[in-house]
Design a binder for this molecule. Structure first.
Ligand code: AN7
Length: 348
């Protein structure tokens, strides 16, 4: 069943709201086969949001935001993006016949994501600045031009759609995990997941988890309690210095008795390698901050025993081949197509 159909009762859907789908949602919740032993928790799961149609969790929110835009009569959608929002917006824009305009920070978006926006036919504007500046620009233009719908996560329909990720986890496990590890950039997703868990909790269908957020060390405004003017990190998706949903993230952290921590780039790279090589899951760097977070807390002496943890792996590793090229060791044996040579190599 379509995501909008399945969770209709929890979403702002009425008789005039168009229901459609590119196949978003219903993503795998994969049980850790190896990492959980190193961490020493009871159970560890990975929510593979990279399996969404445009390869990231943004599709859950975008389907709702675009549906509501169409209901209003909008013909154009706009967003600022570190990459995934633009890919998702452009995909749904193409599907629904809307004009999609995306503002991206020059040179700081992964090639897979940019390729998607180009292929889906978005109007792409590359700004000589960062995401936060791009977001200010699209906010201003959409406030002035009422026919252009803003589809960043400050649009509440995005948050509504994204809370379905929390519903799916509880529907599958039968309960909420003790802790949810989640990357934090613009802070929309941590807000959405917390909303989702609270809704189920209010219905007495679920307990509440602790929300454990992670920001990249030099892009960690919430951790440092100050706006970062020039955020930097290899995880370009979360290279954000002034998150739009900052207050909501604080609220989620506070209400859930959770916490937020900063992870350095080297550890993000390490997490990226570990999740792929130990669990067979290729996730993009920003997503792998959650895996790095597990090891980081473990090193600090955090007690994971008896706990069930879910890491939200927000985007697909295939989105950022340059990152793979830069940080993986491509030592590949080359040879002629000769049987003896192969045998010698394999058995030596
Ligand atoms: C893979 O696409 O902000 O804290 O413009 O792409 O909800 O912002 C992406 C963010 C985590 C952070 N993981 O989520 C954008 C953008 C991935 C992401 C985040 C993003 P939020």
């Amino acid at each position: 069943m379509h995501l909008l159909e399945k969770y209709k009762q929890f979403l702002p859907i009425n008789d005039n709201t168009p229901i459609f789908s590119l196949g978003e949602g219903n993503t795998p919740l994969v049980k850790s086969n190896n990492i959980y032993k190193e961490i020493g928790c009871k159970e560890l799961y990975f929510k593979l949001e990279g399996c969404n149609p445009s390869g990231s969790f943004k599709d859950r929110g975008m389907v709702m935001a675009v549906s509501k835009a169409i209901e209003k009569g909008s013909k154009k959608i706009i967003c600022a993006s570190t990459g995934n929002t633009s890919a998702s917006a452009a995909a749904f824009g193409a599907y629904c016949g809307l004009e999609t305009i995306v503002l991206i920070p020059e040179g700081k978006i992964a090639i897979g994501k940019l390729s998607q926006a180009v292929a889906y036919g978005a109007k792409i504007v590359s700004i000589n600045g960062n995401f936060d500046q791009a977001l200010n620009l699209v906010k201003e233009i959409s406030e002035q031009q009422k026919d252009i719908e803003l589809v960043n996560s400050i649009n509440p329909n995005r948050i509504h759609g994204q809370k379905t990720g929390a519903f799916e986890i509880v529907d599958e496990l039968g309960y909420a995990p003790d802790e949810v590890f989640i990357p934090v950039g613009n802070a929309g997703n941590i807000t959405a997941y917390w909303d989702g868990f609270k809704i189920y909790n209010d219905l007495n269908t679920s307990n509440l988890p602790k929300m454990i957020g992670f920001q990249a060390k030099n892009s960690a405004p919430i951790v440092n309690k100050k706006i970062i003017e020039n955020p930097e990190t290899v995880a370009t998706a979360i290279r954000i210095g002034n998150p739009a949903s900052w207050e909501f993230a604080e609220k989620a952290l506070h209400e859930s008795s959770g916490k937020i921590d900063a992870i350095d780039d080297d550890s993000i790279v390490e997490g990226y390698k570990i999740i792929a090589s130990m669990e067979g899951i290729f996730a993009e760097p920003a997503s792998c901050i959650t895996v790095a977070g597990l090891y980081h807390l473990k090193k600090l002496g955090y007690d994971f025993s008896g706990k069930t943890i879910v890491c939200i792996l927000t985007g697909n590793g295939l989105k950022d081949p340059d990152f793979a090229n830069n940080y993986l060791n491509f030592q590949i044996h080359k040879m002629n197509p000769e049987f003896e040579e192969l045998k010698n190599f394999l058995l030596s």
